[in-house]
Design a protein around this ligand. Structure first.
Ligand code: MG
Length: 304
């Protein structure tokens, strides 16, 4: 897989202080950064981001939006966004929901509705429909499927290594049902996908779970946000970082896609996305090196 990239292919970094002839406005952020959380900005096991802090600080200094795009719920993501000091929109549940902080500039797109202090744009299928469909599919295929809706907080907590309070937030689903298949056999997921597609739904694989969701993905949500930003910042360059198959749709939609190394490998991904760069380091360390490198306009090669 490609791990290097010539410096000349990187756009010049102007940050929030510089100006390129096409920027139009002084202070324009030059980049938009879309990032997955688990295994990417957050460590897969500890959920910490300390190693990514220098890159995050750099983005903050240059007013570069860092947009969280995760399979996590709004209930999990909003406190995390605030803890990270981010004032930008975020995407929950694999593209099901896009949330804009009150006072977002430009104003949230048409269709967004104010919901508990955030503007919410629903792109995904409603959760009760997903739960009903997964139960039907389980019956039809006779598979040992367990969705979050079948699990108590203890079970969610042990499968995710989240404490009880965090597991409670993870269970507050709106657009996506995570599930496991016990004793999974070859072809089970293919059958499951077929049944989901017949219902206009989709199954994707995340780092820990499979997910049943509507006909949305991280890429659709990212596309909506890029259009929203480009309406006022037409020359913005987009960066995407993710570590799992459910990030591929997002990585396909950005100018600079990074696959953050994880314990899994994804053969064929560079054929699918020729511009992809695989970080040498895992998780937040890989994130930091990728973001710091691209913002500095440095050669990305030798990320490790
Ligand atoms: Mg991930």
């Amino acid at each position: 897989m490609q791990t290097t990239k010539p410096a000349s292919s990187q756009p010049p970094n102007t940050g929030s202080h510089g100006r390129s002839p096409t920027d139009g406005v002084i202070g324009t952020p030059r980049f938009l950064i879309f990032t997955d959380l688990d295994g990417t900005l957050l460590d897969h096991d500890t959920y910490t981001w300390a190693e990514a802090q220098p890159g995050l600080d750099l983005c903050k200094r240059r007013s570069i939006p860092v947009i969280l795009v995760s399979s996590k719920t709004r209930a999990e993501m909003n406190p995390l966004r605030l803890e990270l000091g981010l004032t930008y929109p975020f995407v929950s549940e694999n593209g099901g929901g896009v949330f804009f902080p009150a006072g977002s500039t430009p104003p949230p797109p048409a269709g967004a509705a104010l919901s508990e202090g955030l503007w919410k744009l629903s792109l995904g299928a409603p959760y009760d429909l997903l739960v009903r469909s997964l139960r039907e599919i389980r019956k039809e295929l006779g598979l040992a499927i367990r969705g979050f809706s079948d699990m108590g907080l203890e079970e969610i907590s042990s499968l995710t290594a989240l404490d009880r309070q965090a597991a409670r937030l993870a269970a507050m689903r709106e657009y996506d049902e995570p599930f496991i298949v016990q004793d999974e056999g070859a072809g089970d997921i293919r059958s499951l996908r077929d049944r989901a597609e017949k219902r206009g739904l989709r199954v994707t694989a995340g780092g820990r779970f499979y997910h049943l969701h509507g006909n949305t993905d991280k890429g659709v949500a990212v596309e909506r946000l890029v259009s929203w930003y480009r309406a006022s910042l037409p020359h913005i360059t987009t960066v995407g970082l993710g570590d799992s198959p459910n990030d591929i749709d997002m990585l396909r939609k950005v100018d600079h896609p990074f696959l953050v190394r994880s314990r899994q490998s994804y053969p064929g991904v560079e054929k699918d996305i020729p511009a992809i760069i695989v970080t040498e380091e895992k998780g937040p360390a890989g994130w930091n090196r990728a973001v710091s490198g691209i913002l500095a306009g440095k050669t990305i090669g030798g990320l490790g």
